[in-house]
Design a protein around this ligand. Structure first.
Ligand code: UDX
Length: 434
């Protein structure tokens, strides 16, 4: 199949490279000439494990190419995927679809022969209908079908998620388009990764429902963690105790500082807006959004408590800035709430993150970024573990204790064991473990 992938952000680039690796001929298109030029040189715009090699192999194999001007690729394409951003619109929280619709207009002008137009970006219910209307208006003669095919990729594990998905959801109303989608995903092992054909609007909603449910699950265990602290129970054991019930499932029950990232915050908000516009408010999701926002804001208070109520003139070592490990993505990361609150209270922050410091430097002011975790810890009054990067799991704790002014650790990801940390002489607080 010939595929044009429009938008080489996180989703577009990973999807394009993986489709090429399946054996399809893929052109990844982006307006950002600098980004395309760097991709030609093999420089990835994002950090995603394995992506650079995947791109290199498929470019060398002649299956993957990059372009600023997508005209040729769109004309030749069996399927054009739209993978541009759908950020939260300022003010109302609705998904901003201006980029998606602009691409639809461009594609309308260029498409040639039967073309399947696929939304990969997360788009609200009804967006496919609007794309169809836009294209039909510009090119009444065009032979095309619009399909919804949401992604469920976790950053940091995106390539594996793409190649071995739990399921692939295809929202399609047209038989020819369905055949094209079946051909595109033919390389998957369909025993392990079923293709789920549903209506287009249903497919659009599945994506939001999945993310909202996961956000709800995290928020639930976070509230249980607070309760555990109050009643002297252990949230990890609660999570295991409920998670072994297959109806609940053990994943996504790690208590922490609140979810962040490029998807959950924006998608839960967009779902809330869609539902309230439709006259059927989703109160559980509304509450999830509010509880999670408040939680991220409350985390600085835990550091303050560990320092006996005094943040002024304290030096705080923050380990981990990205919203989760194995990514350089800072979008809606808890660090963006925690660190400004600490600084506003008069503390000095020394921070380290393996991949996120470049991005963090653009979003946080007044932070002293350090070259490794020990440099961040040196002379600090407390260490705060904010993202569970593997390298923070095996810190030399004797060295940490020597470098700290006072041996206090606030572990917001439950990386360490309370009994062990206390035996080593730390004043240690974590999440949901009294
Ligand atoms: C998520 C979805 O998993 C994916 O299917 C969707 O397409 C995009 O959004 P991603 O944003 O990469 O993927 O992150 P994920 O690994 O799901 O984690 C999201 C956030 O939840 C992180 O901030 C993480 O720290 C937090 N989280 C996750 C918890 O606090 N506890 C958990 O148990 C799981």
């Amino acid at each position: 199949m010939r595929i044009a992938m429009i938008g080489t952000g996180y989703v577009g680039l990973v999807s394009g490279a993986c489709f090429a690796d399946f054996g399809h001929t893929v052109t990844c298109i982006d307006k950002d000439a600098g980004k395309i030029e760097r991709l030609h040189q093999g420089i990835m715009p994002i950090f995603e494990p394995g992506l650079d090699r995947l791109v290199e192999t498929n470019v060398a194999g002649g299956r993957l190419s990059f372009a600023v001007d997508g005209a040729e690729a769109i004309k030749a394409a069996d399927a054009v995927f739209i993978a541009v951003g759908t950020p939260s619109r300022r003010g109302d929280g609705h998904a901003d679809l201006s980029f998606v619709y602009a691409v639809a207009r461009e594609v309308a002008e260029l498409m040639d022969g039967f073309t399947v137009v696929v939304t990969k970006s997360t788009v609200p219910v009804g967006t496919g209908d609007e794309i169809e209307r836009i294209i039909r208006e510009i090119r009444p003669d065009a032979d095309f079908a619009v399909v919804s095919n949401p992604e469920f990729l976790r950053e940091g594990a995106a390539i594996d998620d793409f190649k071995r998905p739990d399921r692939v959801v295809v929202g399609v109303e047209d038989d020819r388009a369905r055949a094209v989608m079946a051909e595109i995903y033919r390389p998957l092992n369909l025993n392990e990764s079923p293709l789920l054909y549903v209506g287009r609007r249903t497919s659009e909603l599945i994506k939001y429902a999945a993310n909202a449910f996961l956000a709800l699950k995290i928020t639930f265990i976070n509230e249980m963690a607070d309760l555990c602290e109050a009643v002297d129970a252990n949230v990890q054991q609660v999570a295991r105790g409920i998670g072994l019930d297959n109806r609940i499932g053990s994943k996504f029950l790690h208590a922490g500082p609140g979810y962040g990232g490029s998807c959950f915050p924006k998608d839960t908000l967009a779902l809330v807006r869609t539902a309230s516009d439709a006259g059927t408010p989703v109160r559980l999701v509304e509450t999830t959004v509010a509880v999670n926002d408040a939680r991220k804001k409350a985390m600085a208070g835990r550091v303050e408590k560990a320092l006996d109520g005094e943040l002024k003139n304290k030096t705080i070592a923050v380990l981990g800035l990205t919203f989760k490990p194995n990514t350089d993505d800072m979008r809606d990361a808890p660090s963006l709430d925690v660190i400004p609150a600490l600084i506003a209270a008069g503390a000095t922050v020394q921070a380290f993150d393996p991949e996120g410091m470049h991005e963090a430097g653009k979003m946080l002011t007044g932070v002293d970024f350090k070259e490794d975790p020990y440099a961040a810890i040196t002379g600090a009054d407390v260490v705060v573990i904010l993202t569970e990067w593997d390298q923070f799991r095996a810190l030399d704790l004797d060295k940490v204790k020597l470098l700290l002014k006072t041996p206090i650790v606030v572990d917001l990801r439950n990386v360490y064991r309370p009994d062990d940390m206390r035996a080593r002489g730390f004043k240690y607080t974590s999440i949901g473990r009294a």
